[in-house]
Structure formats: C-alpha cells, structure tokens
Design a protein around this ligand. Structure first.
Ligand SMILES: [Zn+2]
Length: 575
C-alpha cells in the first residue's frame, strides 16, 4: 500500500490522471504517423511532441493532445513512417566542397567516358598543363581495369594526364616524361612504379602520392563555406541529420565552427582529425600535444572527434593489405602480376602501434583506415597494446572499412571493445568486380555485417561520401537508403547475391545508422532514437522502410527532415 502511494506521488506531475497539470505546450507536435522509435525494444508510436529542440513526449495521438497550445506547430503524418534522424558516421563533406569549388565531380563509368572527359579538358588547357581526372576506380569502370597508358595517350597526346584512383594513379606518356619516371626509376618507400615485361613503366603507380605532389595543386583543406553548407543541405534532404567528418585538419574544424557561428550549420557534426605524420613518433607527439582542443569538446551541433591514421590502401585499386595473395584474378582488375602480392601497409606495424599509443595516452579515441584483413590484424594488435599500456575502458577505438571479416577477428574486436565503421554501398557498387578479381569465397564475407553483429561488435554503416552532390551519382553515393538496401538484400548493382548470409534485417540496418551509429561519437544518450529527452531529429519518409518491397527501399526519400525540432527540409516546398 505504502509503495503504491509513493508511486502515485512520484508520477503525479507527469501522470495522465484527471486533475493533473497540463504540460507546457510543445513547439511542434507530429500526429498520425507510424513512428519507428528505434528505442531498446524497437517500439512504435503514433505521435510525438518537441519542445526546445528535444522530444518531450512520444506516444498516442490522444496523449499528444495535451501538448498542443496556441503556438504549437502541428504536422500531420498521414500514416507515414518516421525514423530517427540518420547518422552518417563517415563523410568527407569538406573534401566534397573543396573539389566542387574547383571542378564539379563527374561520374565516369567507362574508359570511353574517361577519354572523352580528358579530351574536353585538354582542349581548354595549354599543352604543358597537367590534367587530373575526377576520381575513377577500376571496379566501377565498365571495363573493370585501369586505363592503359596508350588509351590515355590517345585522349591527350600532348598533355600530362593523371587518372586519380586515390592510392593508385594511371599516367600517360607525357606525364611519365614530365615526372621524370623512366625504366631506371626505383620504387619510393611504401609505393610501387609498375613496369611491364620489358622493364618499361606501364603508367600505373601505387601509393606514390608524394612523387607527383608538385604537379598537383591540392584542393584547399578549407572549402568555400557556402559550398560546404550546400553539401550539408543535400545530406538533410536525404535524411541525414548527423555526420562524422572522417579526415579533417584543424582548419577544417574551424570551417565548421565558422558555419556554426553564422547559424549556417545544417547537420550535427563530429570532426575527425587526421594525424599528418603518423610515421614519425616525435611528430605525432608534437602534433597531438599541440592540438588546440581536447577530444570530445564542443556541443550538440559541433564537436571534436577522434584522431585518424591511414594504415593501408584500398581494395578498389588493389592496395589493401591482405592475409592471402590477391590471386590470378588480380591481373585483369589491378594489373598485379606477382602471384605472392598481398598489398601493403603504408606504415610499419611499429609506427601504427606508436601513433595509436600516443593518441590513446593523450585521451583520444583513435580510428584507423584499414581495408585488408592482414591490416586489421596489425591495427587490432596496436589497439590491444595501447589498452595494455594504459587501460581505458570504453574508449571506442574504431576500425574504418575492415572489409574482409573473419569470425575470429570479429570476436577479437568485440573483446577489445573496438568498433567498426563500414560501407555496404561499396558491396553494391564493387562486389561484382571484386568477386572476379579476388574470388567469390573471399567476397562472401566482404563487409560481413552479420558476422560482426553475431560477435557483438558495434557496427555503423555509412557512405564515405567523397565527391559530388547527387546522392546516387556521387562517389561514393551518400543515399542512406541505398546503404540500407545493400545491407539488407546483399544484392550488388547487377542483382547478384554474394554471401547472402551476411545480410541483416531492416531493423538492424536502421540501428546501424541511428542508435548504434550514435555510439561512435559517444552520443547514444542524446541521439539515435526517438525518446523523450533526446534531440528532436527525425525524418518523415515517403515509404514504409520496414514493409516496402526491396526494390523500393533504395529509392526512399524524405518528405520532411527535422533537426533540433526545426523543419530543415520539406519536399513540398523544396525546389
Ligand atoms: Zn573515408
């Protein structure tokens, strides 16, 4: 009896009984919707109320009536599905904006399109001026190989041409000549100048960025703010309300600060800072101790995220560091001839361990770009050693990409409390080509979400958006519903299923872009689900994400996106 009285007293101010005080009116009430709260039990609700940028109530239409006052904006959901604002834990909006400012991205899908682009660019430049193409990956070209030197010569016989494949470049003859690369050139440290049977450079260079830096005016680290804002507006229009910027400089963080100061920051952002010289411990120590901010400083709109290092190359261009040799299929796809070739680390294991230990000791969450499975082994060694040297529970060090998943590595990551940030749209775009290059067995667990989840690893699925402003034509596509489609159907762009066991449910995929994704920036208490007290970020969809046909899934579009209780995108009024 006593206990019951106490309970009633406790509940009195919030209860639903007669005679209770009406709550203060909400700023915004959404009614008649199918709200997927993505709370612990994945419960559904009909209506929600928002005040001061946060959810204050989630429940039935009836329950929300009490929150409607004379100034409350009431949105009708018309039975539509509502999800928490999506969190893309891996974007390069700064880079997107910087390159858009100089040369708007074009998605080149074949060598003929690439040649055409080069011809047009050449017609606008003096012959000595270098041509740098938009980013092109062999896995995404119809021919599924790098362009040859001859093909590039045919498009531009006079101009030096470099085809940008990130960690690999294809050069034409004029570019080799201008760069002074000959049959006598030796490989730079950690990189390779590929040569043919006669010892002549083929034009393909792996991981030699520094060798050509003087011919390339890098897009500035700080883009025009209006273009950065435009990138963020594209995110909001596709349902993304929080991002983690995945490799910024301190100046990049300042650009975000400037947007926020001008009240122009449209998405919540956590900014990852890239360590510039991870190969030199003294430089790492100096860089980390000289940073003008601490890990996690900031607020609900902008904060300082982890420190990042790059430890290997990419699987789209055949430089990921693998446990097993790439094999015979790699000849066609990557122009690899050595049967023992396994890709390579771009830092030594000692350098990786040292950079991670230094950041860890200074209190930072550490994240490492690592695509190959042998690379993952080395990075996990480094995370484990850092934790042993200075135990710090719940630091959430993170593997970025980690594409080739094995049950025992997943178990090890889970045991170490290590998270995985990975990109199902790459499976969609690249798995067909990769299966011919690396064999279907290896692709069966490529981006193995189910294996990771079964081991208990926190996985965030995201897009690694790098270039372009169109959600489906960008590189990489930043359409989050394409990501969810790939994660749940395990279908490639051609419709093939490779390793169907690795598909996850729609609920799980949604968690990987909301409640679980929030953990990557330590924000699970304030975002990632629709629950009272959390930030009022949500999206009204034009389809039911749980029940629509798989083919409709990747075409889902937001009707309305709300960030912090404010309508940030409304399809009915958008241009
Ligand atoms: Zn990235």
């Amino acid at each position: 009896m006593l206990r019951r009285v106490a309970l009633v007293l406790l509940l009195a101010p919030f209860g639903t009984g007669i005679g209770r005080q009406a709550p203060p009116p909400a700023d915004l009430v959404l009614r008649d919707a199918k709200i997927l709260t993505v709370d612990e039990r994945f419960s559904e609700a009909r209506a929600l109320a928002v005040r001061d940028g946060r959810f204050v109530a989630v429940g039935t239409n009836e329950e929300m009536r009490a929150y409607v006052g004379s100034t409350t904006r009431v949105l009708q959901g018309h039975g539509r599905t509502v999800i928490p604002g999506l969190i893309d834990t891996h974007v390069h909006a700064l880079g997107v904006a910087a390159t858009e400012a100089e040369q708007p991205f074009r998605n080149l899908r074949s060598i003929a399109e690439l040649q055409e682009w080069i011809r047009t660019d050449a017609s606008r430049r003096p012959p000595e001026s270098w041509i740098w193409t938009p980013r092109v990956y062999p896995t995404r070209l119809r021919e599924r190989r790098f362009p040859t030197r001859k093909e590039l010569d045919a498009a531009a016989p006079q101009h030096p041409v470099a085809v940008d494949g990130a960690y690999a470049l294809s050069l034409n003859t004029a570019a080799l000549r201008a760069a002074g690369i000959t049959r006598d050139s030796t490989d730079p440290p950690g990189g390779a100048i590929v040569k043919d049977g006669a010892g002549e450079p083929t034009g393909l260079l792996r991981n030699v960025g520094a060798l050509l830096a003087r011919f390339h005016t890098e897009a500035s680290a700080v883009p025009p703010l209006d273009i950065l804002q435009r990138v963020h507006e594209q995110y909001v229009a596709t349902g993304i309300t929080s991002v983690i910027e995945r490799a910024a400089t301190v100046e990049g963080y300042r650009a975000y600060e400037a947007l926020k100061r001008g009240d122009r920051l449209k998405v919540r952002a956590t900014v990852t800072i890239r360590i510039p010289r991870p190969d030199d411990s003294a430089e790492v120590e100096r860089f980390v101790s000289g940073l003008p901010f601490r890990f996690g400083s900031g607020d609900d709109w902008l904060k300082v995220g982890p420190l990042k290092i790059f430890t290997d190359g990419g699987i789209l261009i055949g430089t990921a560091f693998m446990r097993e040799p790439y094999g015979p299929g790699a000849h066609q796809l990557y122009a690899v001839d050595d049967p023992r070739y396994r890709g390579f680390l771009t830092l030594t294991p000692a350098q990786i361990a040292s950079a991670i230990l230094i950041g860890h000791t200074h209190g930072w969450q550490m994240v490492a770009h690592v695509t190959g499975d042998a690379g993952v082994d080395v990075v996990l060694d480094a995370f484990e050693a850092a934790q042993k040297a200075q135990p710090a529970p719940d630091r959430r060090h993170t593997l970025i990409h980690a594409y080739f998943v094995h049950p025992e590595t997943a178990a090890r990551a889970a045991r170490l409390g290590v998270l995985v940030d990975t990109q199902p749209a790459w499976y969609y775009k690249d798995a067909d080509a990769l299966a011919t290059g690396l064999g279907p067995e290896r692709l069966a667990h490529f981006i193995g979400l189910r294996t990771l989840r079964q081991a208990g690893v926190d996985v965030a699925i995201n897009t690694d958006h790098m270039f372009g402003l169109d959600r489906d034509q960008a590189l990489n596509p930043f359409n989050p519903f394409l990501t969810i489609y790939a994660a749940t159907t395990r279908r490639t762009e051609s419709g093939q299923v490779i390793g169907g066991d690795e598909a996850v449910s729609r609920q799980e995929a949604l968690r990987m872009m909301t409640s679980v994704a929030a953990r990557f920036s330590f924000d699970e208490k304030t975002r990632g689900s629709i629950e009272p007290g959390k930030l009022a970020d949500f999206v009204v969809l034009d389809e039911d994400i749980l029940t629509c046909s798989p083919d409709r899934l990747r075409g889902i579009r937001p009707e309305i996106t709300v960030v912090g209780g404010r309508v940030a995108f409304d399809r009915s009024t958008a241009k």
